[in-house]
Design a protein around this ligand. Structure first.
Ligand SMILES: Cc1cc2nc3c(=O)[nH]c(=O)nc-3n(C[C@H](O)[C@H](O)[C@H](O)COP(=O)(O)OP(=O)(O)OC[C@H]3O[C@@H](n4cnc5c(N)ncnc54)[C@H](O)[C@@H]3O)c2cc1C
Length: 434
């Protein structure tokens, strides 16, 4: 074990220096707070290490410069969404702003910024728990007014076991593989009517929720996949492996890969207890409809730093975050659970009926509330009426999504009975037990 000397006191001690923890360290240090941020991994291996899609406007919302240079793998791409491996599809040419970002470089930028702003960062330090006002680590203790658990799904669990049930765990994988034969690859894409370089998305190929994305990037093929194995489906990595085997003439070995579980489900109801607060994946601040936690974690880090620096404390963070952001994540989790019930044939029928089209996909890609102008809604009516059962199921989930957003906007400011009552109410609306 390497020797690490930690400061004995801090205003804010952060556990986990991935995207959420590093952003919190940066924003809190910039606000003049004394910050210590610790990760059990070496700092250069902390957090996500793969390529992730992150909506550009969430960087603005978090008050961070958008990625540029090597950190920006690709600007928003034209997306071709297919129902499973069938031919029914939808093309999204514009409107979404998902940047492909090199996460290792984003984490490094956040960590460098935090250090420059005065934060102390240390890797190879496992946090063991909290005792009174102290954070207990392998290398001694740190006294802190606020302790932020940004240690991810399988992290320090400072507020007790928060791991969601298996049916709320998406197992995702991302791989960058060698492009063996450009001609064969381009022929594959052209056969599907896709200009090489644009994004192919297979929706629902292993159950309604699952996804497999494929795109050509320079001398490489980038693949991303996610499924919910507890529903009886293969993992994201297995889907990628199967696809790569099937297309081994043009897809070669992996040069970079990552796989992990992502927590789905509604955000954790109580983000704060005493001097401890949850942030990022540990708080299930994840856009569950496609397992995206980066943008949500950055924005939550900004809310946390603002509330701490304005003197409203962790409780201010809990209340404000739930009211401003919790409802959208909870609403899209309701949609995620609905999507799990869809067969590939139903996804294709929703596309044919115009109920899944560019106008409905774009808000979900942007991590924004679904909204359709009345004209667009009317134009969908004739085709949608040919699918009354699917329309009925969709209307039910839409109503649930609206109610959840309303309930979260009313998150109570007082602890104890009001919050417990509120949590029971949102669980009832969501149709979940917790
Ligand atoms: C393959 C894959 C693809 C994905 N694609 C996307 C995407 O396209 N867009 C998107 O937005 N999201 C995506 N996600 C989800 C995203 O990666 C996560 O939501 C995000 O990384 C969560 O960030 P975090 O900082 O909360 O937690 P993490 O990234 O998990 O960081 C937590 C850190 O805490 C440290 N830690 C844990 N326990 C301790 C301890 N006891 N003591 C000290 N340190 C500890 C860990 O070492 C880690 O560095 C993807 C995930 C996967 C697996």
């Amino acid at each position: 074990m390497t020797n690490v000397t930690l400061p004995s006191r801090a205003d804010v001690a952060i556990v986990g220096v991935g995207t959420a923890g590093a952003a919190a360290a940066l924003f809190c240090a910039e606000a003049g707070l004394r910050v210590v941020a610790l990760d059990r991994a070496p700092l250069e291996r902390a957090g996500a290490q793969w390529l992730n899609a992150v909506p550009a406007h969430l960087f603005d919302r978090a008050g961070l410069a958008r990625p540029t240079g090597a950190e920006l793998e690709s600007p928003p791409l034209v997306m071709h969404l297919f129902a499973g491996r069938g031919s029914e599809h939808v093309v999204v040419r514009s409107g979404h702003d998902a940047l492909e970002v090199d996460m290792a470089l984003l984490v490094r930028r956040l960590q460098d910024g935090a250090r420059e702003a005065g934060a102390t960062l240390a890797g190879n330090v496992r946090v063991l728990g909290v005792e009174g006002t102290s954070l207990r680590t392998e290398h001694g203790t740190v006294e802190a007014d606020s302790i932020i658990d940004a240690s991810g799904l399988a992290g320090a669990q400072l507020l007790g076991a928060m791991r969601p049930p298996p049916q709320d765990l998406c197992v995702a994988a991302q791989e960058v593989r060698v492009l063996r034969d450009r001609g064969a690859a381009e022929a594959f894409f052209r056969n599907r009517g896709i200009p090489p370089g644009e994004l192919l998305v297979h929706m629902g190929l292993a159950g309604g929720y699952s996804v497999l994305n494929v795109r050509l990037s320079g001398e490489h093929v980038a693949l991303l996949s996610g499924t919910i194995p507890a529903s009886g489906y293969p993992t994201g990595r297995a889907l990628i492996e199967e696809f790569a085997q099937e297309h081994s003439t043009w897809i070669g070995e992996a040069v970079r890969s990552g796989a992990r579980a992502i927590p789905l489900g509604r955000p954790v109801d109580v983000l704060t207890r005493g001097r401890i607060a949850l942030l990022g994946d540990s708080a299930r601040q994840v856009f569950s409809a496609h397992g995206s936690g980066i943008g949500a974690g950055l924005v939550a880090a900004r809310v946390l730093a603002e509330e701490l620096s304005r003197g409203r404390g962790l409780d201010g963070y809990d209340v404000r975050w739930h009211r401003e952001h919790g409802g959208l994540l909870a609403a899209y989790d309701a949609f995620r659970r609905f999507s799990q019930t869809l067969t590939v044939d139903e996804v294709a029928r929703l596309m044919r009926a115009g109920l899944i089209d560019a106008a409905t996909v774009v808000p979900a890609m942007r991590l924004e509330a679904p909204s359709l102008p009345p004209g667009a809604l009317l134009s969908k009516t004739p085709a949608a009426l040919r699918e009354p059962r699917l329309l009925g199921r969709l209307a039910k989930v839409a109503a649930r999504m609206n109610l959840l957003r309303l309930a979260y906007s009313q998150h109570p400011s007082r602890e104890g009975v009001p919050r417990a009552h509120w949590a029971r109410g949102v669980a009832r609306i969501a149709g979940t037990s917790t």
